[in-house]
Design a binder for this molecule. Structure first.
Ligand SMILES: NC(=O)c1ccc[n+]([C@@H]2O[C@H](COP(=O)([O-])OP(=O)(O)OC[C@H]3O[C@@H](n4cnc5c(N)ncnc54)[C@H](O)[C@@H]3O)[C@@H](O)[C@H]2O)c1
Length: 355
């Protein structure tokens, strides 16, 4: 297969590309605008492989998208390009509307026009895989609000996004499903929980806490830190996405999660205790924890029922939270230069998204 991957220089996209180049015979075209979140350094392991091509293109540029489709003639699209940080979406929603909604519309139209030129067999086997988030579902009851067994997000859960980010992703999911229903365009959607792992831009909780801890800075916890997320190691997500694009059924939605519900404060405390053993110092890293005002509109709990992925596509995460987190911390300890390069003077791990 020849797979066009948008957002391939980002955190998850680069993991998908490394996975495909290292474990399959497929070719990859990485289409990425290279925003602050896109870094070609994350692709050093594959950049010289003959099955890897990079195109610096904005998904809002229709003419450039047409050129890429017509010159590379992909068999599938995996669409990951997006503005992805909730706090940035609170400070400046415009880019989120532009890339996540208008950009997805442009990509759907460019892909559909190209698909219409294919012969019947190629048309039938073509896939447009849209990669989305569990945040489109809004939040779930928290254990301090409800007793007993708590509900999980399933593929049938209604959409109720809370942030400009999740609302823009929800809009893009709706466009993708409408293109299937109206035009018969062969789409598949996946909605995944919070990812963590190597090459994660240091604005997100886990890398931010690791790097701040090592530099002796405060470890800011939003509100009480009792928000619950379901954490998935990024390489488990990359394997799941490849399974979906190669074996998933057109028109279906698949929820992907890690069976790892953790409160944010637990995540931060676990990072601190792993650092206490790997990089000991006179004081405990947990002493650097500080509590700051909560994020506006902060969802309290996310949790995914990924039984459909397990039953229909035989996918299960390999990493537990403990093994994945230790690998992640070890990666950041050995790759501090990557962290310095990607921050590039433009972002110093300052707080974003305050009203
Ligand atoms: N990170 C998570 O925990 C998570 C969880 C579930 C779903 N997702 C979804 O997975 C996808 C990838 O997430 P990520 O964490 O890797 O994001 P990221 O922010 O690390 O990477 C996004 C990539 O998209 C590129 N990009 C942004 N705007 C573009 C544009 N207009 N044209 C072309 N490229 C553009 C950036 O340069 C970057 O390389 C997103 O769609 C996100 O909504 C993320």
């Amino acid at each position: 297969m020849k797979i066009l991957i948008t957002g391939g220089a980002g955190f998850i996209g680069s993991a998908v590309i490394r996975h495909i180049v290292e474990n399959t015979k497929d070719s990859v075209i990485n289409l990425d605008k290279l925003t602050y979140a896109g870094n070609l350094e994350s692709l050093k392991l594959v950049e010289n492989d003959s099955r890897y091509i990079f195109e610096q293109v904005d998904i809002c540029n229709r003419a450039e998208l047409d050129r890429v489709f017509n010159s590379h003639k992909p068999n599938a699209v995996m669409h990951l390009a997006a503005e992805s940080h909730v706090d940035r979406s609170i400070t400046g929603p415009a880019e989120f509307i532009q890339t996540n909604i208008v950009g997805t519309y442009n990509l759907l139209e460019a892909a559909r026009e190209y698909w219409n030129t294919l012969n019947d067999d190629d048309k039938k086997s073509f896939r447009f895989h849209h990669i989305s988030t569990d945040e489109v579902y809004g939040d779930l009851p928290h254990p301090d609000e409800q007793e007993g067994e708590l509900p999980l997000f399933t593929e049938g859960t209604s959409y109720a996004p809370s942030s400009p980010y999740s609302a823009s992703k929800a809009s893009s999911d709706h466009l993708v499903r409408a293109w299937l229903r109206t035009y018969g365009f062969p789409t598949i959607v996946t909605n995944c929980s919070n990812n963590y792992g190597p090459y994660h831009f240091p604005e997100k909780l886990i890398p931010l806490v690791i790097l701040n801890a090592l530099e002796g800075k405060d470890l800011p916890i939003y509100g009480k830190g009792d928000q619950i997320r379901d954490w998935l190691y990024v390489e488990d997500h990359a394997r799941a996405l490849y399974k979906v694009v190669t074996e998933g059924v057109v028109g279906e939605t698949y929820n992907i999660g890690g069976h790892n519900e953790k409160q944010n404060i637990e995540v931060v405390q676990t990072i601190c205790s792993i650092l206490d053993t790997l990089v000991p110092k006179a004081t405990k890293y947990a002493d650097q924890i500080t509590y700051v005002t909560d994020r506006p509109g902060h969802d309290r709990r996310y949790a995914i029922d990924s039984s459909k992925m397990s039953k229909e596509l035989n996918w299960e995460p390999v990493e537990t939270f403990e093994t994945g987190l230790r690998k992640t911390i070890e990666w950041y300890l050995s790759n501090q230069q990557w962290c310095k390069n990607v921050q590039d003077g433009s972002y110093q791990r300052e707080r974003l998204g305050e009203l």
